[in-house]
Structures are given as C-alpha cells and as structure tokens.
Design a protein around this ligand. Structure first.
Ligand code: ADP
Ligand code: MG
Length: 340
C-alpha cells in the first residue's frame, strides 16, 4: 500500500466533531432516552414522559415539567461543551448532577432531526428551536421542556444499519427508563409507544417503586440493606438466593444516584453470594451507594457508566460485608445490617 500524500492539518468543522463524539455517546435510541431523561431529572422534573415511535428509531420525545431553558440560551443548549451544570474544575470534582459534559444534545442533534421546545417559569410563552436551521418560533407548552429527536442516524446510514428491530430497540429504551425510575421514586414516569401507554410509574416510596418496576416478587423475595460506613452509605434490597434467576436482568447498582456497571461492586456482590448461590443462577439486587462525590471520579467514560473510586478496597469490603450480613441474618429477621 502506498501512503496517501500528506495533507495539511486542519481543524474539523464543529458538526463533524459532534458526529464523531456522537459515536461514543449515542449508540441506539436507548442512549438518547437515557441522556434526555438525565437532563429532565437535572432540571428538577417531577413528571417525565417518554414517547417513542417505532422503538425510538423514527422518533423519541422526552417531555418534562422541570425548570425549562431561558429562550436566549436555547441555541447554547445545542453547543458542544456548553453546560449550565459546572463552571470549574472544583465543581467537576463535586458534581452531583447527571450531566456535566455539555455534549449530549450537541451529539444527538448532529445525528438526528432535533427540536427543543421549552418554557421557563418566568416566560409567558414557549419557544421551539429547530436544531438544524437554528430557527426559533413561538410554541405552546406548560412550564418545562420537550426534546424531540427524529430519524436517528438519518445522516449516517452505516450507523443506522446497526439498529435492531423496533421491539428490540423499544425494550432497550424501556430498560433505560427503568434504570432511572428505580433511582427516582419521587418522579413519575410514563412511556408511550406508537401512541399507546406501555409503562407508567407513579410517584411512590422507594419500596413501592421497586415493586412497580421489578414486580411484587422482587420485594417479597429480597431483604433490605442499610449500612453507614464513614463517607459511604449503602442501601437498597438484595434478592434471596432461593429467588435467584437464570438471567442477570434484575441487577441494578447506583453510585450517587447514577446507574453504573462497576466491576469492583459486581465482584464484591458475586463474592458475597458465593457461598449461598449455586450454579449459574443470578441474584437480583438494587443497590444505591452514596459516597462523598470527591471520592469518586465519574468522568471516566463518555456515557458515565463506569466510575473510579478513590478508596476502592474500602468500597469493595463495605459492599461485600453488608450483603453477606444481610443474607446470613436468620429468616424473618428483616433487620437492616448494622454498622460494624
Ligand atoms: P449536560 O447535561 O452535560 O449539561 P446536555 O448537552 O445534555 O449537557 O445539555 C446542555 C444544557 O442544556 C444543559 O446543561 C441544560 O442547561 C440544558 N438542558 C438540556 N435539557 C434540558 C431540560 N430537559 N430542561 C432544562 N434544561 C435542559
Ligand atoms: Mg445532559
């Protein structure tokens, strides 16, 4: 192979940069749903409605009743690295919001037809921004924001081809909302698909929300975990070994309210179940680890699905001990594991 003649270094156009970044953040409709629901929750929404058409491939609309976006900031919401959530390194290190990278909307808009409709509390009207043309028009809406994402990957057919059938994409999108719903029982969620209501979780207490999302069986066949250890607090429910399943589909771990897939915690859990679980069975659990935000780095992965702990050994042993203790307590003694 002959090397192509060298061309001069050039800065890539903004839109291409966003399209490249979108490759990391936006894999399928469910990734869009996750980012838009993150934003709704960061905006203080109490009710989030997700509307999907054809599994989200044709359209994804996320509506919230949060704080809204001031009209003069609407174009900025779509700009890369533009965010209202942090403004310094110190704030990044203590970040408690779901978002902070200012990338999601720019990435999504670069690979779809995106519109934002928003009305902040103090505005007498809503405005609708067409991301592509930049056109801003008056619109009708109560306080809050709707983000409409149509024809995902229309401009990148190679990517679009990787999308699965409508039902598969729909189930991933529902799972994305389920993850949020488990962590935020104080927020109501509804999911519509092709004009039909497919899921609805009303505002509830934690345990009720788990029952609503995962089924009454999960609550009946699990025990509460509650442990305070220095700057860490672990709570949630762990499934009884007898109720273990063939699929690992009821395993949810959250760090500071954010759903994560963390090898360290997964390993701690596996080792806590080691002696009581046999074969290939998978335990069910929903665990929330709250930790001083300066002791965990959430800026490890563009989708923030991975985190890094400063005291990883401590996290490991706290999770392992708490779960072991809960599982080994005599039957009927549904007392939370005490601090050791
Ligand atoms: P990030 O969430 O990392 O800040 P995004 O690209 O997801 O980046 O959003 C950019 C900005 O747009 C946010 O910082 C926020 O100010 C605003 N925004 C996005 N979605 C909403 C929403 N649903 N309600 C209010 N503001 C929003
Ligand atoms: Mg965001």
């Amino acid at each position: 192979l002959q090397a192509a003649p060298r061309r001069p270094i050039r800065e890539l156009p903004d839109e291409l940069v966003s399209q490249i970044a979108a490759g990391e953040v936006v894999e399928r409709p469910a990734s869009v749903v996750r980012e838009l629901v993150d934003n709704a929750l960061d905006a203080g929404a109490e009710q989030v409605t997700v509307r999907l058409v054809a599994g989200g491939v044709r359209a994804i609309v996320v509506e919230d009743d949060g704080c809204g976006i001031p009209h003069d900031e609407l174009p900025l919401a779509l700009k890369r690295h533009a965010t209202s959530k942090i403004s310094s390194l110190a704030e990044l290190e203590g970040v408690m919001t779901m978002g902070f990278r200012g990338e999601a909307l720019a990435a999504i808009a670069s690979v779809s037809e995106t519109h934002i409709v928003s009305r902040p509390a103090d505005a007498s009207q809503a405005r609708r921004l067409d991301a592509r043309s930049g056109e801003l028009q008056p619109a009708a809406r109560a306080q809050g924001t709707s983000i409409e994402v149509r024809e995902l990957f229309f401009s990148t057919p190679a990517r679009r081809k990787f999308l699965k059938s409508g039902p598969t994409e729909l189930s991933h999108a529902i799972e994305a909302v389920r993850r949020h719903a488990l962590a935020r029982p104080d927020v109501g969620f509804a999911i519509w698909h092709d004009g039909k209501l497919v899921e609805q979780w009303r505002r509830a207490l934690h345990e009720q929300r788990m029952a609503d999302v995962l089924g009454e069986d999960f609550v009946a066949q699990s025990r509460p975990v509650e442990l305070l250890a220095g700057p860490m607090r672990l709570q949630g429910r762990v499934g009884l070994p007898e109720a273990a399943r063939n699929r690992a589909d009821h395993q949810y771990v959250y760090v500071n309210g954010r759903y994560v897939r963390d090898k360290l915690i997964t390993h701690a859990l596996r080792s806590a179940y080691e002696d009581v679980l046999h074969g290939q069975k998978q335990p069910a659990y929903v665990l929330f680890l709250d930790i001083d935000p300066t002791r965990v780095d959430v800026n490890v992965h563009p989708t923030k699905i991975e985190v890094r702990f400063r005291e990883s050994g401590e996290v490991y042993s706290v999770v392992k001990r708490a779960v072991e203790k809960t599982l080994s307590a005599p039957a009927g003694a549904h007392l939370p594991a005490a601090i050791s």
